[in-house]
Structure formats: structure tokens, C-alpha cells
Design a protein around this ligand. Sequence first.
Ligand code: TNX
Length: 764
Amino acid sequence: MNAHPKSSRSVSITKCLALAGLLFIAGVMQANAQLHIIPQPVSAVPLSGSFAIKASNTIAADEQSQPVANYLHQYLWDTYKLDLKVKIYQHVPPSAAIKLEGSTTNTSKGSYLMEISPKRIRIAGNGEGLFYGVQSLIQIITDVNGKQLHVPACKIEDHPRFGWRGLSLDVSRHFFTVDEVKKYIDMMAHYKLNIFHWHLTDDEGWRIQIDKYPLLTEKGSKVGYYASIGQYRKFDNITEGYRDGFYTKDDIREVVKYAQDRFITILPEIEMPGHSEAAIFAYPELGCKDSTGAQHRVRMLDPSEYTFNFYENVLTEVMQLFPNEYIHIGGDEAEIDDWLKSPTAVALMKREGYKYPSQVQSYFIKRIEQFLNSKGKKLIGWDEILKGGLAPSATVMSWEGEEGGIIAAKMHHNVVMTPLPQMYFDAPQAAAATEPLGWNDPVSWQMVYNYEPQSDKLTPEEAKYILGAQANIWVEKVGNFKHLEYMIYPRLLALAELTWTPKADKNIRRFEQSMYANYHLFNLWGLNARLPNVTGLEDVVTNKDDYATTLTYPLQNAAVQYTLNGTLPDTTAATSSFPVTISSLLKDSLAISVYTTRPLSKRILQKVMVKHINIKSSATDDRNLQPGLSYMMYKTTYNNFPATDTTKDFEIGVLRKDGGLNPYPGLFNSWVKVYGYLKIDREDDYRISSDFENTPMLLLGTTVILDGTKNKYIEPQAAILHLQKGVYQLSGYYLADKVNSKQTLIRITTTGGKQVDADSYLLH
Ligand code: TNX
């Protein structure tokens, strides 16, 4: 045997170190193997190795790509203090390390190609396409111990599904500064959203300088001042004080440019003929006589020549500031019955032969449309503009559900889907009592993700009129930017994916993982995103005498405090890190409260109940039982399912396997009653839950085991039951809709985690 000479030994140590380094890099790559890019690209193939970004690298770009190259340079500097050179070439040399190039092959709007090898990064695309490629790159940069930036090798080919990927911001109810608006635009850009709908006027505040009518901002933007002297017009909805302010024309130009640099179009909204109290406050002649507004307590614009002339002048100045083709004129929640008190409106109705005030609304919008069209602009408005007849070329923003949008698409009008509840980011993200203030019922990121803008009520031809989707945020209850960030993130990521990624490629499990991976970016960007829920925490009913669960967390560095007695953990409660096992004897119920904290994030609170129940098997002779549950499907969409018991219109059948039914033909959704038996052949612990977005009501005998009045995504729940061999009467109700019909209605697993075959357990 040869003894190893010393030199060769030292070589082998070097080799070992090199190998360790490689393994380390492999580890980095491993972490990125899934390429956590949101929205999920059309095609993303991970390759082996990674590219290390160094200060000595140059960003080489052709002339048309220079703005995007500058953006990347600025981003790397702002975020990592890395100062790369930008060099502009007529033809980018093949050897350059980071290449940004206009594309001749990839020309569909927003498309790009990105190839990353250990030697170079190449992104090719035109305009926004190239910019989107850079955004994908930004998301996969890994910072190894704050020392070295890496990006995993990969090949990505990508383009958007919809051309309208929007997000609104109400700056009337609370004002947000230019810097805050810019940060909002930045975050939209990171997730490839491209329409920023700026809600600039409303009852509470007029926020845009109009030279011809200075009182609009002088009086109309000083909500706090006028409130303080008791002259305020409408403030009962506002929480957290007032944020006064308005944007000068220079401010607007600055924001428009900032958005343009990020390939975001700004859609300005000037509200009319309702939600105009700030303008009427400043110029009372605009107001409809004796109008008080039954629902919204605000006056209507009078449909007078003075008003039309005034708003044409306003819009003229607005159009000079915003270069895009669309102008949003509001149109929502107009209290049109008030026009019956207005001599102007009554005379107008007489002159035009109108019977209803809705025809005045239609007249109003059509006149404004004609004006906008004459200036080469297009009108878009909320779905109420359908009332009394839609203006000839108007685009409809469907917010009161999808119906308005569906009607408009069938009339071959363009539509942007922004329906309640899914697209409303002013809703809390979990049970309202534990969240910062919001409107309406909670909307989870899962509900946002599952939203499909092209309703199956549309033919493929009609579906082409759906330009895309948009989420809205109204800020009556959102008084500062941190709260605003909390409402927007992470739901914005779900919006981004549903508007970008091909429908067939959506996958909520994969998205969830990528979303968690994005929290490191939220930290990097100083963004107050809502933290994810704790896993292992749910409302439970159980007939067992003890209860145990292990709480885990999808993010690192999170800490947890909990109590089991219904009180909230106070500052002295012990803090642990995840995972945490809770186990307790169970006599009656256990009220678990959990605080989760993470550096730089607002902590979240979750509360669940574990309730003890008794279950008896029924003495049914099971010899004639057949697979499947019986069902009655009612021709009703009542909110209240017990009302189905008096409904005569229904069909009956047997529900096989564990999926749900499609709604009653012709209805959006319809109630279904299911009944039959749960047959247990082997004594064991079983877990019964539902995958439905809206949890069904489910009873064993007369005992409720799943509470259908709660939303599953918001408040997960399960029954954990020790069941003897025997037959149990099972019944329940659920709402069949197109989302639920594809999911598992009743999921039964042994507590060992094995899913049982529904056909041998659910019988009739
Ligand atoms: C309705 S959504 C509005 C907003 C309010 C929101 C919440 C829509 C088009 N109009 O003006 O802020 O409800 O109150």
C-alpha cells in the first residue's frame, strides 16, 4: 500500500472543502428546486447549478431594454447594496454575464424568455415582457448568509393569461401620500399586476388638483378640518381619524411616470353621479335639490347643464394628466330616486319621455361617454351603469357579484370582474373578531385564489369579453399604510396568479408553498403582510376524553403563545417556538387561543373550540344498504338552508363517491340535503371533515359534527370520533356551486391518516 504523500493529502482536503462548497450551493439550489415564482410561469424548468451575482457583473442591454436594465440596477442597489454597471450595446455580446435583450421571436404582449445557467443570465422580451422577466429573476434571488447572491439555473417561458390584472386604491376615505402610493405600485409590479385603479374622488374627500375649480381640493380634501368645525358632510363610516390631503398635478405626473416605468397603467376614477358629496360640498350648485340619499346619506349630482359642463372641464384636466385610454366614471350606488325631487331631473325626464330615474342615470353616463369618446378615451364604470340602458361602448366593472359582468359580456361589452366577496380586500382575512377592522365576511387567500373570472355561464365567444380581474380595497376602516399592507398581502399574490397563470396550471398546494417562500421578500421589502395561519389548529368536535394536536408553522423564526382556557395569552405567557404539542383531558370543551409572532410582522390571533360530544350508533339492519347517500336537490338559493324543508321543487337521487353535485340546472347554486348512513366495520378513531369552501352542515344522529354556518377556509373544522362497529344515521345540507362540486364533500380518514373508500362507508 502506498502511503499518501503529504501534498496529495492537502489536495484532498482542498477537494473536500470544494465538495462541501458544492454541497452548500446544491443546498441553495435544492431550496429553489421548486422555483417559487408568483404568478406561476407558463413553463418553468429548474436546471442544475446556480448563477452567483457579483458586484463585478455588468448588466448588458440593448437600447430598447435600457429602462428595464436601469430598474434592475436600482433594485439590486436598493435591496442588496450591490452596484452593478449597466452597459448599452447595439448588439449585446453573447459572452455578457447578465443580458437583457429585446426579443424578435417572443412578441406576444408581456411574454418573456429567461435562461439562467451557472455562467449567465439572459432575459429576452419586449417592454413589459422584459420587465416581467426581471420580476421573476428578483423573486428567485437567494441571499446566502447575507454574503453571496445566487439564482438557480432554469429556463422560463412565460406570458400572461389576461391583459387586465388590476388592483384599486381608495384614497378618498383616507388619504395616502405619494410615497405610499409608489410603494403600492412597486408591490403590484413585483407580482406583474398592470392596472392601478386610483379612486381619486368620493364623498369623504376630493384628492386631485383641478385648476379650474380650486375649491374641490381647498374644501373638498380637508376632511379633518371641516369635521373639526362641525361642517363635515359624511364621516360616520370613517375610523382611525382623518388623513387629509390631495395630489397636486406635479404629484400626479410623478406617480404616472413611476407607474409607467413599471409598466403599470393608471386608471383614474372620478365618481359621478353618486358618491360626489365632496364636490357638492365645494360647489353646492352641483347638488340635486333636496337630495339627502336614503342609504348613503349623501346628495346626488343634479343632472343640469352646469353639472355636465363642470364635469367635462374636470375630465379635460384629468385626461391631460393620464395618458391611458380608459377613464373610470364610477356610477355605483347612485341614489337615483332622489332625482324625482330635482326640478332639473324631472324636466329632463319629461323632455326625454322617461318613466324611471334609472333612465336619467343612463342619460347621464351616455352623455359623459360621448364626451370621453370625442376626446379619444373609453368609459368604464361600475355595474350600475347597466341600469336604464348601457352606454354604447362602455366597459363594465362587475362588483355586485358576477351577474352584471355576465349580462354585459353577453351584450358583447368588455368586462372587468371585481366581484364581492372574493375580490374585496377590505374584508378581513380571518374571523373578524381576531383581525384588524374590515368590511363584510372574511375573504381568505384561498377564496381569492379559487376565483375564476371567466364564468361558465358564458360561451367561449362571450368569455373573450372578460378582460381580466381586479381586486378592490375601500379604506373607510383602513386609516394607515401598515394596515393597508396587511389587508393587501398575501391576498395580492393569489390575485396575481389567477389573472396571469393558465387556468389549467393553477394549483393551490403549489401556490401555498410559493406564497410562504415569498415571505422572505416581504421582510426584505419591509412589508406588513398578514402572517399565515398555524397548522394543526381547527374547531373540533370529539367524543374522546382527551385531545391532542401539534401546532406547526410554515415560516421560520415564528414564536407562539397560547392558552387553553378561553383567555388571551398576556404578556407574561410563555413563548415557544414551533412545533408545539397541546394535549389535554377533555370534559366539556377546550377554548384554545394562539398568538403567532414573527419579527417585523404584526402578530395574529387564532381562536378555536374543541367540544366534547356523545355519539350513539343506530340499530339499523344494514343488510339492504346500498352505496352512496340519498340526496334531495332543491330549486332554491335561499341563504338559509332549513327553508328548503318547505320548498316543493326538488329532484332526488343517490350521491355516489364523495364529490358534490352541480347546481340545479339554470341556477348559480342550490341547496342539497343528503341523508343515509355511516357504516363502521372496525372500531377505530376517525376524522371527518369537508373540503368544501363553504363547510356543509353535517349531523350524526341529531348531533352536529360539522357546522355549516362557518366557512372552512376561514375556520377549519373537523370531527374526531372514536366509533364502534355499527351503523350511524348521517344527514346534512350543503350549497352546491361550481366551486364545491369538484371538491370532496365528506372526507373520512382514520386518525392514522388513511382515507377510506366513501362507497363502503356512506350508504343509503
Ligand atoms: C361600496 S364597491 C362601494 C364603495 C364603498 C364600499 C364599502 C363600490 C363600487 N362602491 O364606495 O367603499 O361599498 O362601503
